[in-house]
Ligand binder design. Structure first.
Ligand SMILES: [Zn+2]
Length: 496
């Protein structure tokens, strides 16, 4: 193969590269395989990239003449520093019978220019508003007119909004004299300009319960924006654009796990605040409109049998990615989606052996839309939602430094569960502690069920990767997650 390489070399750089790529693509018996970078012509803005791939075990591998470790299963991972402009990188793999050389040209480009000229904020005339309705469920309301800005809350379809400004493709929502937020124009319709404010009335507030949940229902003249925040003792709910609330003069009795419920409305702030105190920790909550009625649903503390804590407990398991979505790819070409499913299936078995009722967001290699996954768990009244993943890094990071087990959460109600899972997993698996972090993800944002995303280990660290491929390690992971859930139930649920 060296001869061929030499031959093309004289034919000119660009020509060499494209033909070489073609040649190696059709060559069926090659030993050297590069998984990442995905293309031999890549642009990177970081000051390093990494080469991830595999060759015949026992081969001598060099990248730009530097010898690189080839692991037992043939995998290799090497960080390659990049200088500005074009970087020519030669990957050379040699053993007794084969000698292969790949050439990659990586262009280091400057970081994306963040000094994009911002559009001006347009303020609508004093006391003039545009009225609009939300057209998509679960639409984020943001602190700034930017899709990366913090989410203030999510709005339900048909929520009525007062808009008093515009910036780029975002509208500013008037929540109260002291509060505003931003929504993307594509999520709203039905504009009509009106002079003066249009405020809603809350005509009735009631508390009720069933076997699994407490409910707080508020009848409104039309659906208004609201925001729920977790507190030490329960939840606070702010309802905006209100002129009055019948609950202000009502005394509420204790109901289900709701210890106390108080309402405070301020006319000048057009806001009604609900202070909900629970007699136990939060086990999840949800809020939605049924017509003009706002329903706040709070999960009750589950009842467990101390010697059989999983009996009747519903656990939703999400094997990350699947079908067309591969997730990360490891050095020998195994895809994250398959490892996630292997672990998820073992976890299902482990939990079912203990009496749990398991809901899977996928049981095979099918493509399940990401946003549908939490809904599957919620519709089935799962108590926990665990999303199983294996981690990867972007260019600029070093897979030898950052590896191990991480657990992500978003809502404060899930912090304790996330920490317990992380502690149990690193102890049982002997993986590096890669931390517990608040991370806004589709699979961590649900407040019902308790939701966490587990990054078991890294696909692109050769040692972690070898573990992820090992059936015993997968089984240990399943047993470890199960034991963490058991501890959580025993510590926090109510024994019957
Ligand atoms: Zn993943």
């Amino acid at each position: 193969m060296r001869e061929i390489f030499q031959f093309f070399k004289v034919a000119g750089k660009t020509f060499t590269l494209s033909l070489l790529v073609l040649f190696f693509t059709v060559e069926p018996t090659r030993a050297l395989q590069i998984i990442y970078p995905k293309s031999p012509n890549t642009e990177v803005s970081a000051s390093s990239t990494f080469f991830i791939g595999n060759t015949k075990p026992g081969s001598k591998l060099t990248i730009n003449d530097k010898e690189v470790t080839v692991y037992e299963n043939g995998s290799f991972v090497e960080v390659v520093p990049l200088k500005d402009g074009f970087n020519r990188i030669i990957i050379d793999s040699q053993n007794d019978t084969e000698h292969e050389i790949f050439t990659y040209i990586i262009k280091k480009v400057p970081e994306a220019n963040l000094m994009v000229k911002e559009p001006a904020t347009e303020n609508f005339p004093e006391n003039q508003y545009i009225y609009a309705a939300v057209i998509k469920e679960n639409t984020p309301l943001r602190a700034q007119p930017d899709e990366n800005a913090q989410r203030i809350t999510h709005l339900d379809k048909n929520t009525v909004l007062m808009l008093n400004g515009k910036k780029g493709d975002y509208y500013r929502i008037y929540l109260s004299p002291s509060k505003s937020a931003w929504i993307k124009a594509e999520n709203i319709v039905n504009y009509s300009a009106i002079k003066g404010k249009m405020l809603a009335s809350a005509t009735k507030v009631s508390l009720s319960e069933d076997k699994l949940y407490n409910y707080i229902k508020t009848d409104l003249s039309f659906p208004v924006p609201y925001r729920i925040t977790e507190t030490e003792k329960g939840l606070n709910v702010e309802l905006y654009n209100l002129k009055e609330n019948a609950a202000d003069t009502t005394v509420f009795n204790q109901c289900g796990t709701i210890n106390s419920f108080a309402v405070n409305s301020t006319a000048q702030d057009m806001t009604s605040t609900y202070y909900i105190e629970l007699n136990s920790k939060l086990w999840g909550y949800d809020a939605y409109y049924e017509g003009n009625t706002l329903v706040i649903k709070i999960r009750k503390t589950p009842q467990i049998e101390a010697n059989n804590p999983f009996k009747g407990i519903k656990v939703a398991i999400d094997a990350g990615h699947g079908g067309d979505e591969y997730g990360a790819t490891g050095p020998t070409g195994v895809k994250e989606k398959d490892i996630n499913l292997d672990i998820a299936k073992k976890l299902k078995k482990e939990l079912e052996n203990r009496g749990a009722l398991v809901i899977m967001t996928r049981t095979d290699d099918s493509t399940v839309p990401l946003k549908q996954r939490p809904l599957i768990a919620k519709q089935q009244d799962a108590l926990f939602l665990l999303s199983i993943h294996a981690n990867a890094l972007s260019d600029g990071a070093n897979p030898y430094e950052k590896h191990g087990t991480a657990v992500f959460y978003y809502n404060a109600e899930s912090v304790e569960l996330a920490k317990l899972l992380r502690n149990t997993l690193i102890k049982d698996l002997g993986t590096r502690d890669d931390g517990v972090a608040k991370y806004s993800l589709v699979m961590t944002r649900p407040s019902l069920p308790l939701s966490v995303l587990i990054e078991v280990a890294y696909m692109i660290n050769p040692h972690d990767y070898a573990k992820l491929l090992d059936e015993n390690f997968q089984q240990k992971t399943a047993a470890s997650i199960t034991s963490a859930l058991e501890t959580y139930l025993l510590n926090s649920a109510n024994p019957v």
